[in-house]
Design a protein around this ligand. Structure first.
Ligand code: SAH
Length: 566
């Protein structure tokens, strides 16, 4: 798994250049700038303390471009809480100093060195074990895990106090370390996947070198643990579960992998379970525990990316109207994990920036079904694909097209893709929120585009919805190819509404240059509207009143008919 990108937090415009240099080290990192002080950050925040504490609690690594003392004071109230902590670093505004503060096990020293290298300065490393031995024994490289931290700390302080150590097993990264090695030493660093108990004098490091192959019939985490025990292999060395392709959508397998915290990989079916394990990890020692489970033990940590393929994933996501603040966190996480991004070019650009390893497949807006099929072809190869829509993907956007493509297909590989639809804030809701609550009572959402439905049905629905006194939200109100339809629609609505009916026009809401206008049905003309506009038309109860800061509030009360007494 790629480590979580840090948040780069800055307080003033003077830090932006340094922040951008740090961002070159971590391209997926976002720069958070103090609102009103920083122009051109990726995101803004209003309260430094709450923001930094929020990031810390979420486990997001923090690079703060300010005095170390400010960061320390800000996080102090949280430091007594137990649990894993993210890396926290203070970097001088001008990039002249990089100070790792917290998160030794979150790799803070590694980050400090990476950032310092990017800024061409030296990192202020203060961890004595690391300084003396040139490596942090308690933070082994990727592919290895430490048995237990507390005894590890004791072990390192013993070495610092002058004890000598012997190394058992293969630990290539320790070759360069200046450890006080002695083949006769009582204390040992033992690197291996065996399950024997850890003695008081040893530091145990497990290579993630073991895969368990399972033939699916309800093997839960407990039976995997039992299989490892039977094979005399430590659970900590488990790197992944492997199964045959045809079990890709098996929910028990997925649960089991999740519970064990390891990835799940799929390979072509073999004639028996040992064959499956051998095919997955060539050259490994294979222990067949039962006809349903085999344990493959390799001499080295496994490179998971080389083992078969993962279950493909397809997420249809909604970006919201545009502003990053209005994007749901699940969508942000999905953007970070995607290998492939499909969508109309404007939206793909809006969803970025992407890393170099994320492939963008931009297409014309009209080719929805082709894009949906393309997405399934990629996901069926085991890739993690996102299809991007603006607003909500289920509102006149890609989610329905993707489901239609799946419904029409009888390719089992497409049906075993993990498909998820992630919602977003739709333009009607984003616009309504800015205007007040024009959709506060029953309302009707319509697209005025007759590209995919006959105009006659649009007229009929407009007529009935207006007659039913629903507030109306019009998507796709007008375009160069559909110049007259909006005028006709307004005529139909005007049959059932007074000219004083409030109308809200939101253009590019949540995007640069957004405009919000309140007008009335009587004076609204189609030339005030374009394809980037959301049109909200009130019902008979929708009303307006002046706002203190200018303009007006628009709302539709919760009640209908007689106003309830309260
Ligand atoms: N899935 C999108 C809607 C796609 S249809 C959503 O849920 O918002 C495209 C129409 O949505 C546009 O013609 C316009 O009417 C409206 N729209 C989309 N984004 C908008 C925005 N930021 N501001 C105003 N209207 C927008």
């Amino acid at each position: 798994m790629t480590p979580m990108p840090p948040a780069i937090v800055i307080l003033g415009q003077g830090s932006l250049a340094t922040a951008r240099r740090i961002q070159q080290v971590y391209p997926a990192a976002q720069i958070l700038g103090l609102a009103g002080r920083v122009d051109g950050a990726d995101r803004t925040y209003t309260e430094f303390g709450d923001t930094v504490r929020g990031l810390y609690r979420q486990g997001t690594p923090i690079v703060a471009l300010c005095a170390a003392g400010i960061v320390i004071r800000t996080l102090a109230p949280l430091l007594l809480e137990k649990g894993e902590e993210p890396a926290v670093l203070a970097v001088a505004e001008d990039g002249s100093a990089v100070v790792p503060l917290l998160g030794g096990l979150g790799g803070v020293n590694v980050m400090a060195r990476e950032i310092a290298a990017g800024l061409e300065v030296a990192a202020a490393i203060t961890t004595s074990g690391e300084l003396r031995f040139g490596t942090c024994l308690l933070n082994p490289p990727e592919g290895y895990v430490l048995s237990d931290l507390e005894s590890g700390k004791r072990f390192v302080s013993d070495l610092l106090a002058g004890h000598r150590v012997r190394i058992e097993g293969a630990a290539p990264w320790l070759d360069q370390a200046q450890l006080p090695q002695d083949p006769q030493a009582q204390r040992s660093i033992h690197v291996g996947s065996d399950a024997q108990a850890v003695s008081a004098d040893e530091l145990r490091i497990y290579p993630r070198s073991v895969a368990v192959a399972v033939a699916v019939n309800g093997e839960g985490a407990q039976s995997i643990r039992a299989a490892l025990q039977a094979a005399d292999v430590a659970l900590q060395s488990l790197a992944c579960l492997v199964a045959a392709d045809e079990h890709m959508s098996d929910p028990v397998l997925r649960e089991t992998a999740l519970e064990l915290g390891v990835p799940l990989r799929f390979v072509a079916a073999a004639h028996d379970i040992a064959g499956l394990a051998r095919g997955a990890v060539p050259g490994a020692k294979v222990i067949e525990v039962s006809s349903r489970m085999a344990v493959a033990v390799a001499g080295q940590p496994l490179d998971i990316a080389q083992i078969g393929r993962p279950r493909g994933r397809l997420a249809v996501i909604g970006l919201g109207p545009g502003a990053a603040e209005l994007m749901v966190p699940a969508v942000k996480a999905e953007l970070a994990r995607a290998t492939d991004v499909l969508g109309y070019e404007t939206y793909v650009r809006m969803a970025g920036p992407f890393r170099d390893d994320q492939i963008r497949h931009c297409t014309d807006n009209r080719e929805e079904m082709q894009r949906a099929r393309h997405a399934f072809r990629l996901a069926a190869e085991g890739r993690s694909v996102i299809v991007v829509s603006s607003g909500d993907p289920g509102v006149f956007a890609m989610a329905a097209a993707v489901l239609e493509a799946l419904h029409e297909s009888n390719d089992p590989a497409w049906h075993s893709v993990e498909l998820e639809i992630l919602p977003g804030v739709s333009a009607s809701l984003a616009t309504a929120a800015q205007a007040g609550a024009p959709l506060g009572h029953d309302f009707c959402v319509m697209s005025l585009s007759d590209n995919l439905k006959p105009w006659s049905i649009i007229e009929k629905r407009l007529d009935l919805a207006a007659e039913a006194d629903l507030a109306l939200a019009f998507y796709n109100p007008i375009s160069r190819a559909r110049p007259w339809q909006l005028g006709r629609a307004l005529e139909i609505v005007a049959r059932h509404r007074t000219p004083q009916t409030p109308v809200v026009l939101g253009r590019d809401i949540g995007r640069p240059g957004q405009t919000l206008r309140t007008t009335t049905l009587g004076v609204l003309t189609p030339d005030q509207v374009d394809m980037r506009t959301m049109v909200l038309i009130g019902s008979s109860t929708t009303c307006t009143f002046p706002r203190a800061e200018g303009g007006e509030w628009v709302y539709t009360p919760r009640w209908y008919g007689e106003k309830p007494t309260s």
